[in-house]
Design a protein around this ligand. Sequence first.
Ligand SMILES: [Zn+2]
Length: 91
Amino acid sequence: MARAAAQTFVDDDEGYLAWQAAHPDLYVINAERSLNPNNLVLHRATCRTISGTPTRGSQWTGPYVKICGSQSDLDEYPTARPCRICLADDR
Ligand SMILES: [Zn+2]
């Protein structure tokens, strides 16, 4: 049975921020553009490190991209580490 898969935003800050606004209860993996499995960090969608205005005038979905979905959607990225800010007490 197919289910909604994780959605990846690349060079699409507008789409990412719209998704985030619509799904504050879901999760986001911050990944290198290459999706290097050794550098994935899992955040709550509301984490302050991945929302609002990007630092240093960069974009949210440029050199780093955002993989968005429910916690089970993101199970396909088992190497993702929990963010120490928003998921300190989880997983
Ligand atoms: Zn976080």
